[in-house]
Design a protein around this ligand. Structure first.
Ligand SMILES: [Fe+2]
Ligand SMILES: [Fe+2]
Length: 245
C-alpha cells in the first residue's frame, strides 16, 4: 500500500465519521457518500465537476434500462389489448438493450465488478446468480428480436408469444437491477482503493466513448426518449395520479 493510499483512506474515514456525526451538509454529503476522498498527494488530481464515479455510472445506466422496461411494458399492454403496435420501436428498444445494456453495462459488471467480488470471496453466491441472469437476459433479447416482426404483431397467437418474452424480461431485470443497486454496488466501494475507484471511473468513461461516441450516455437517453415519444409515454405528468375532488 502506498503512502498516498493511507492518506486517502484516513481522509475518507475522517470525512465519513464527521458526516455520520450530524455534520451532514449538502456540499459535504457527496464527498462522504459517493466521491472517493482525494488525498493531497502530488500524483492525485481533484475530480472534475463532470467526473462520474463508477457506481453512479452503473446506476444511471440502470435508470436508462428502467425506461426501456417501460417501453416493453407499453408494448405488452398494447399486445394484450390488441391495439396496433408497429414493430419499429420495439425492435429499436431491443437493439438498445443489446448494445447498451448487454454489450456495455453488463460487460463492465462482468469485467470489473464480478471478478473483484470473486477474488475477495464476497457476495459470491449473488454474483453467480447475477452472471446467470445476464446470460438468460441475452437469450430473451434474441427471442424478442426474432419475434418482434410486423407479421407476428398481426397474429394474436404469435404476438402472445412475443409478450411472454417481454414479460420474462421485465420479471428478470427489475429484481436484478434493484439487487445490484442496493447490495452489489454499495459493497463494491469497499473492495477498491480510492485511487483504483477513480481510475475505474475513467476506464468506464473511455469505454463508453469508444462504443457510443462523446456524450454516449446522453445520446442513449435521447434515443430512449424518442422511442417513448413514439409510444406516447414520454410525458412524465401522465403518470401522476389525478387529484380527486
Ligand atoms: Fe447485472
Ligand atoms: Fe446492472
Amino acid at each position: 500500500m502506498t503512502h498516498t493510499h493511507h492518506a486517502g483512506r484516513r481522509e475518507f474515514l475522517k470525512r465519513s465519521a464527521l458526516a455520520s456525526g450530524s455534520l451532514l451538509v449538502a456540499g459535504f454529503a457527496g464527498a462522504a457518500r459517493g466521491q472517493p476522498a482525494q488525498p493531497q498527494g502530488k500524483d492525485q488530481k481533484a475530480p472534475a465537476a463532470d467526473d462520474v464515479t463508477p457506481v453512479e455510472d452503473l446506476m444511471r445506466e440502470h435508470g436508462a434500462l428502467r425506461r426501456i422496461l417501460l417501453i416493453y411494458e407499453e408494448a405488452i399492454k398494447r399486445i394484450d389489448a390488441r391495439v396496433d403496435l408497429p414493430p419499429e420501436p420495439l425492435v429499436s428498444a431491443a437493439d438498445l438493450v443489446r448494445r447498451f445494456v448487454e454489450d456495455y453495462h453488463e460487460k463492465l459488471e462482468e469485467n470489473h465488478l464480478f471478478p473483484r467480488f470473486e477474488k475477495a470471496a464476497k457476495l459470491v453466491e449473488l454474483v453467480v446468480v447475477l452472471q446467470a441472469q445476464h446470460q438468460a437476459g441475452r437469450r430473451l433479447t434474441d427471442q424478442i428480436r426474432q419475434r418482434a416482426t410486423a407479421a407476428a404483431l398481426k397474429s394474436p397467437a404469435e404476438s402472445r408469444i412475443l409478450a411472454e418474452s417481454l414479460r420474462a424480461f421485465l420479471r428478470l431485470y427489475r429484481p436484478h437491477a434493484a439487487r445490484e443497486d442496493t447490495v452489489l454496488f454499495p459493497a463494491f466501494r469497499a473492495l477498491v482503493t480510492p485511487a483504483e475507484y477513480d481510475k475505474l471511473g475513467d476506464e468506464f468513461e473511455d469505454q463508453e466513448n469508444k462504443l457510443f461516441g462523446a456524450d454516449g450516455f446522453e445520446k442513449v437517453v435521447g434515443d430512449v426518449a424518442a422511442l417513448e415519444k413514439t409510444l406516447g409515454i414520454y410525458d412524465l405528468a401522465q403518470f401522476t395520479p389525478q387529484a380527486k375532488e
